[in-house]
Design a protein around this ligand. Structure first.
Ligand SMILES: [Fe+2]
Length: 187
């Protein structure tokens, strides 16, 4: 699977509930996206975020098709999501033949946080591409019952895969702007 966007071979597709990997996103694409967001996101304010416990502003931008408003690196990323390579990869990774996906860039201003919750049961999984270099806070935390069992690193080109079924998670309060592209895989 040759690709100029993802290092597919870096991923162990048989992970259990969550899996963190570095440099799944090719380094040049990572830095290009990192340095070319945020674009004009202020029009994209989220008003109804179910699990947020703060009043801090959050923004989301749909990345469902390329746009001349986006940097080339973002458009390459989006095109890859709809490629045969990525489709085959998702089938293997999430053990499904049929799925739909969407992608969003989320930007959270400081002091956002998300309480522990389970995602919608129509969702199969998420892939989170963290776009931060010196973020403080804002980690995703996975829980087993009421005990936190894994805290992600959201810096350093880290990507986290999660199966959403029975997988409780939260987001720690962030003290600097937090950016992440989330690809949702739906039944
Ligand atoms: Fe969630």
């Amino acid at each position: 699977m040759g690709s100029c966007v993802f290092n597919y071979q870096e991923v162990d597709v048989n992970f259990e509930k969550y899996y963190q990997v570095y440099n799944f996103l090719k380094k040049n694409i990572y830095y290009d996206i990192l340095n070319n967001t945020p674009f004009d996101y202020h029009a994209a304010k989220v008003l109804d975020d179910k699990y947020s416990t703060s009043n801090s502003d959050k923004f989301k931008i749909l990345l469902n098709k390329p746009s001349d408003k986006f940097h080339d690196s973002v458009n390459l990323f989006i095109n890859e999501l709809y490629s045969d390579n990525f489709t085959d990869f998702i089938k293997k990774c999430f053990k499904t033949e049929k799925f739909t996906l969407n992608a969003k860039l989320w930007i959270s201003l400081p002091e956002s946080e998300v309480m522990p919750h389970y995602d919608d049961s129509r969702k199969i999984g998420n892939i989170m591409f963290y776009l931060n270099q010196n973020a403080k806070g804002g980690e995703t935390v996975f829980w087993k019952k009421d005990i936190p069992v894994f805290t992600t690193n959201i810096n350093d080109n880290s990507t986290v895969f999660m199966r959403t079924r029975k997988n409780k998670h939260s987001v720690n309060q962030n003290f600097s702007i937090r950016k992440v592209i989330i690809v949702n895989i739906w039944k």
